[in-house]
Every structure is written in C-alpha cells, then in structure tokens.
Ligand binder design. Structure first.
Ligand SMILES: NC(=O)c1ccc[n+]([C@@H]2O[C@H](COP(=O)([O-])OP(=O)(O)OC[C@H]3O[C@@H](n4cnc5c(N)ncnc54)[C@H](OP(=O)(O)O)[C@@H]3O)[C@@H](O)[C@H]2O)c1
Length: 299
C-alpha cells in the first residue's frame, strides 16, 4: 500500500486563491504552545501572519519574531473588534484564513463548577471565538474564499471526568463548526476541525491556575480525587502519546493548504483511538473506557 506523507506540501507550490502575496492569516492565542508554533511555521512558509495574544509583552515578543503582533483577548468584545479593525486595515481587507486556537481548560468536577466559572470558560473558548469568526466571515464572503481552522480537542470527541467545562466548550465549538459548514456550503469558505490529544505546551500549567482560581476543593465531595488531580496538573510528567506543538502546526498547514480540506483532522493516537471507539462502541462500553483513561484524576 502506498504510504502518504503527513508533511505539508512545499511552500513554493502553494498559491493563494487571492493571488499574489495575499496569504494573510489570523491566529489567536500565539503567546505559547500550538498557536506560537503554528504562527512561526506559517511565517516560515511565506504567510503574512497576524499573530494575536492577550498580553502586551507577548505581542511585542511576537512582533520581535517577525510576525505581525496584535493584542486580542477573546473574553472582550471590544478587544476583538479593535483587533479585527487593525488586521483588516493592515491587510487591505484581505484574509486567507483564520486559526481559532486561543483557549484554556477549566478542570474540576461538574458539580463544583459555579455559573461564573462555566461562563468564563465559554466566554473565551466559545463566545469570543465565534464572535471573532463572525467578524471575518463577511471578508471571506466578499472574496469568495476563506479557511476557518478550529482547534478543537480529543475532549471535543469524548468526555473524561473532571474536564466537563472544557469538554462542553469544545463540544460546543464542534457543533458550531459543523453547523457553520452546512450554512457556508457553496460559498468557497471551508471550516475544518483539528482535534489534538495531549500536546506539550503551557496548557496544563494554565489549567492548574484556572483550577486554583475557581474550584473550592475543601468543600468538595471530590477532594480525595482533587489531590491526585493536583499532583498531575502541578507535575511535569507527560501523558502517554504526547506530541510537540509542531505536530499540530503541520496539520493546521495541511488543512489551510489542501485543495479539498477534510472536515476533521485528528492529531495523536488517543484522538484517533477515541474517535473510532465513539463510532463503534455502545455508550456503556465507551463510559468504561473513558473512566479507565481518566484514571480517577491521575491522567
Ligand atoms: N495542549 C494540549 O494538550 C491540547 C490538547 C487538545 C487541544 N488543545 C487546544 O490547543 C489550543 C492551544 O492550546 P495550547 O496547548 O497551545 O495551550 P497554551 O500553551 O496554554 O496556549 C493557549 C493560548 O490561548 C491563549 N488564551 C487563553 N485565554 C485567552 C483569551 N481569553 N483570549 C485570547 N487568548 C487566550 C493563551 O494566552 P495566555 O498566554 O495569555 O494565557 C495562549 O496563548 C487550545 O484551543 C487548546 O484547547 C490543546
């Protein structure tokens, strides 16, 4: 059987449907991890990358690395509006694609999530992401083309214990993406979901901060499990099958450049495994598998 390469094609062969040097890309959450790796890799391939981050010092560092650093906080509508205005101004209103990457994970048992904590999770991962996307869709419509690459997750495919808020946000992102794709049929705009499993980034560290900020573990029925969860979130031991962020960046580029992009791009063995399990197994068997994979907070 012929083995197909997972590497993206050579940059020289890539042509923007907009022609010339119009390959402008907007990426959110570029201060670290997958966003940063994708921004740098795409810049290296000749894209003009509008790399966004929340903090000023991160924006400055991105600009220093040759990218177009722009401040953007997904939890703020005014920040989203201002970033879009700056990007469209600098790019003469032309955009090849958007990579919706910026997000964080809120750990904690579902019964310990306050309304505000759940809302905060959705403000960034869902509401802000969709608001930003809705600002760029008219640009894509006017051009007759555009790519929307959504960084979802293994946890947008299956649920694991103590990740309910994050999973709910990624399932919502998957639902909005699937709906958007139906509504954009024939418009020349493609919507793709990239679904990573474990990736070595600052994700775990940031999740631990969200956990400490928002979960009252002393009053919880889950406090025994929380001590195991804290050991995992505070530790540095990688989960099995962890990949570097560049593996996801390469997949994003494939989705951005494929003539006929796929709807879903699973990345890592665990995502492929659970995506197949969800299709094949009855609910109870999938529950058993998910409980075993979660290791009662240890994994
Ligand atoms: N790492 C994994 O194992 C994994 C697995 C599956 C999916 N993912 C997904 O991959 C994407 C990137 O995560 P990562 O692994 O690279 O983690 P990361 O290193 O923590 O990066 C997350 C990025 O999102 C940004 N962000 C968080 N809240 C934001 C907000 N309100 N507005 C704008 N940006 C915000 C962070 O900015 P700050 O530095 O300012 O916080 C950071 O730049 C996320 O969508 C995540 O859900 C990650």
């Amino acid at each position: 059987m012929k083995r197909t390469s997972r590497r993206p094609p050579e940059p020289a062969k890539q042509q923007s449907p907009l022609g010339g040097n119009a390959r402008n890309i907007l990426i959110t959450g570029c201060s670290s991890g997958i966003g940063r790796a994708t921004a740098l890799m795409m810049h290296g391939r000749g894209y003009r990358v509008f790399a966004t981050a929340r903090r000023r010092e991160d924006v400055a560092a991105l600009s220093g690395a040759g990218l177009e650093g722009i401040q953007l906080d997904l939890a703020s509508s005014s920040s989203i509006r201002s970033a879009v205005a700056q990007i469209l101004d600098r790019s003469a209103g032309r955009l090849h694609g958007i990579v919706n990457n910026g997000a964080y994970g809120q750990p904690g048992a579902v019964e310990d999530l306050s309304r505000d904590t759940l809302r905060e999770q959705f403000e960034t991962n869902v509401f802000g992401t969709q608001e930003l996307t809705n600002h760029v869709i008219p640009v894509f419509r006017a051009q007759g083309c555009g790519r929307i690459i959504q960084i979802s997750s293994l946890l947008g495919v299956v649920c694991l214990a103590y990740r309910g808020a994050y999973s709910a946000s990624k399932f919502a992102l998957e639902a909005l993406s699937d709906t958007l794709r139906l509504e954009l049929r024939g418009s020349g705009i493609h919507v793709c979901l990239v679904e990573p499993g474990p990736v070595s980034t600052r994700f775990r560290e940031n999740a631990y901060s969200a956990y400490l900020r928002n979960i009252d573990r002393t009053a919880s029925a889950h406090r025994d499990t929380y001590s195991r969860l804290e050991a995992r979130l505070g530790g540095t031991r990688p989960l099995p099958f962890t990949l570097p962020p560049e593996a996801v960046a390469r997949t994003v580029i494939r989705a951005m450049e494929a003539r006929r992009p796929k709807i879903r791009y699973p990345v890592t063995v665990p995502t492929r495994f659970f995506a197949a399990a969800r299709r094949l197994l009855p609910d109870r068997a999938l529950d058993w598998l998910a409980a075993a994979a979660g290791g009662r907070g240890r994994r």
